[in-house]
Write a protein that binds this ligand. Sequence first.
Ligand SMILES: Cc1ncc(COP(=O)(O)O)c(C=O)c1O
Length: 399
Amino acid sequence: MSREPPPTAGLPLRLSDLWPGRAPFADQVATWLGVEQLQLECSGTSAMVVALKAMHGLRPQRDEVIVPAWTCPLVALAIHRAGLKLRLCDLAPNHFDMDVAQLCTLGNSRTLAIVPTHLAGRVADVNAALDVAHRVGAYVLEDAAQALGARQNGQSVGLLGDAGFFSLAVGKGLTLFEGGLLLTRDPVLRSAFAASHQANVHADAKMDWQRALELIGYALAYRPSLLPLAYGRPLRKALAANDPVAAVGDDFGPDIPMHTVSDWRQAVGARALPRLPAFLEVTRMQALRRVERLRRIPGVTVFDDAPGQQGVWPFLLLTLPDHARRDAALKTLWTAGLGVSRLFIHALPDYGYLRDIVADAQLPNARAFAARSLTITNSPWLDEATFEAICVELERATI
Ligand SMILES: Cc1ncc(COP(=O)(O)O)c(C=O)c1O
């Protein structure tokens, strides 16, 4: 394979982004989003730990966090690291969002926060979470790790609830290789987040060097000619070893680095940022066309925006009618180097390495979603002919 698109549409870096410098990166992102302030952290996970510790400090009698049962395993690790307990909410049938009826039964006087999650750039139902949270006295912390730039009625996600965070990890629209941004509309939470950062986050020269080298590697390798080596080869090796968790990079260790972000990485992000709005618009237009095409395949559900929502489009998230047909489609597509992949392999209790911190539960919809979903990259490097070939393969698999 000589060329391969990445599994998500990340903004490519230019070598000129890498010159030395310093810039108020978080303030510049805040200006673009139209939000008052953003707090920079070294990852989305770290931002979540900082936020949860702050919330727990304000409401110490509460120690449970409700999350969708199908989400990034790092969310479970962050809640554990913050010294809190996970409560899993099943998904709504054939949807990535939480089941509202179950959410209502889960909220109680121990609930510290509810975490609606804007997966795949789609806007989750924050109002349903707010209804429950405010009835029981909990916070709503929006997980917008996959949704930097997404809006509802003109307002950035992360401001719909009490607080939210974005990820700047590899593969997200804008990346510092790793990074996170925390936001809130509540001045009490804002000063609690700043104090939590002071208490929990420290400078780490070794991590600065590591991330700097990783970011340079990303700038060099994030191009279709090098992705077969940097992304495709490890993916196909993991799949050949029957390890889908490693194939999608879901295999996380318990360590959560919590350090400051160097001035230089902030400067790199600040130089790339002005190109992000146009990139998001190009990927949005491409996605809207492709969603229409996918809709014509019987049995395929593809997630898009409800009226008033303007999400972002790193990749297209879809489900097939059942596990067997999803696997039939992936059998050829996953290893073919076309940007077709999966998001999270399991519902949270089904990751072996989370067993000690996530209790098993009846989660039929989350497990069905894990078994029926797949993703198609929305990178502009996936050309029309290749996208059409993916659709034809999906048509064949869903017959
Ligand atoms: C839904 C979700 N939440 C949280 C995270 C954690 O963000 P980070 O990788 O920046 O630590 C991710 C990472 O991809 C994610 O997809």
